[in-house]
Ligand binder design. Structure first.
Ligand SMILES: O=P(O)(O)O[C@@H]1C[C@H](O)[C@@H](CO)O1
Length: 319
């Protein structure tokens, strides 16, 4: 496991980043996290400077296919040139990274000056009304590891300024969620392309068993994924406004009824012919493929949302 970076390392990391940047990019106002297969979001940026994670104090290396290991700084927007920083590649606890390592880049982006962050991810759809390729504006989360003793904020508080007891009831900014739907409308996206839902965070790296998928659906989750929630908590702890967009890359199979091997054997012995169900198996290759197909829509949506964030909001720390 990579050593856990702390509050003390932040000034060193910020100085290393600023040294690598031209002056106009020193203080980005919006952060972006690119989920699995979604690093193409960087193509919306103008005048890009890449800062590799390698060599940045406190940063690890992303080991997951579909994740690069660089920060991209640049400008986005048609109406205005908004300075942004995008993480091309995130860290997941299942890679062996500590939760402090997972949250560290968000804390660095906050120290650089971001006021809002758009976090994207690839996730499995539990809600049967969602289609593969739908983009879900996350309105709430179920942090399964958090509920079972692995809350990312357990341990010494990150800095003297942050609260010990973070409220998360309003973690997903209604103002930014509203801009997401306005942006989709302005882009002419079909209404079913952008939906709302609750994201369940699980540790991975296994995908869900049918019983786990059924459980998560029953307790109110619409999507399930292996990231994002620690980043949301790190951002909210520092007053950064959060928007999460989840791309449904696969449907999580929730069986109406388990296949009964006992009944199949009995039918076979009785000489009856029965039709076997087709088993669907999710893979990371499929996840990346959908990211490739829908990457352009996600990219345009993120750029449009940033363009719509009023300057007054970008300049004010969110409550
Ligand atoms: O980083 P994200 O959450 O976008 O990646 C998802 C979750 C796992 O890392 C991976 C599984 O296919 O994709």
């Amino acid at each position: 496991m990579s050593p856990a970076p702390t509050f003390e390392t932040i000034p060193e990391t910020v100085a290393a980043i600023r040294k690598a940047l031209p002056e106009g990019l020193h203080t980005p106002s919006v952060g972006i996290v690119c989920g699995s297969g979604l690093s193409g979001l960087v193509e919306s940026l103008r005048d890009v400077t890449l800062v590799p994670y390698d060599g940045l104090p406190g940063f690890a290396k992303s080991t997951v296919p579909g994740h690069r290991s660089s920060l991209a700084f640049g400008f986005i927007g048609e109406k205005q040139a908004v300075p942004v920083v995008a993480m091309l590649g995130r860290f997941h606890p299942y890679e062996g990274h500590s939760l402090s390592t997972v949250m560290y880049p968000i804390r660095v982006m906050a120290a650089l000056g971001i006021k809002d962050i758009i976090i994207t991810n690839a996730a499995g759809a539990l809600n049967p009304e969602f289609s593969v390729g739908s983009i879900v504006v996350v309105r709430d989360h179920l942090a399964l590891p958090g509920l079972s003793g692995f809350n990312p904020l357990i341990g010494p508080t990150f800095s003297p300024e942050v609260t010990r007891f973070l409220p998360v009831s309003g973690a997903y900014s209604p103002a930014l969620r509203r801009l997401a739907f306005l942006a989709a409308h302005q882009l002419g996206l079909p209404s079913d392309d952008l939906v709302e839902g609750t994201y369940a965070w699980v540790s991975g790296p296994t995908y869900e068993s049918p019983a786990e998928g059924t459980f998560l659906r029953r307790v109110g989750a619409d999507m399930v994924g292996m990231s994002t929630v620690p980043e949301v908590l790190a951002a909210r702890e520092l007053g950064v406004g959060v928007l999460v967009l989840s791309l449904a890359t696969n449907k999580v199979v929730i069986p109406e009824k388990y296949r009964s091997i006992k009944e199949e054997v009995a039918a076979e012995l009785a000489g009856k012919k029965i039709e076997l169900p087709v088993e669907e198996v999710v893979s990371h290759a499929e996840v990346l493929e959908i990211g490739k197909i829908k990457g352009d829509v996600m990219r345009k949506l993120v750029a449009k949302i940033i363009d719509l964030i009023p300057e007054s909001v970008r300049d004010a720390t969110q409550p």
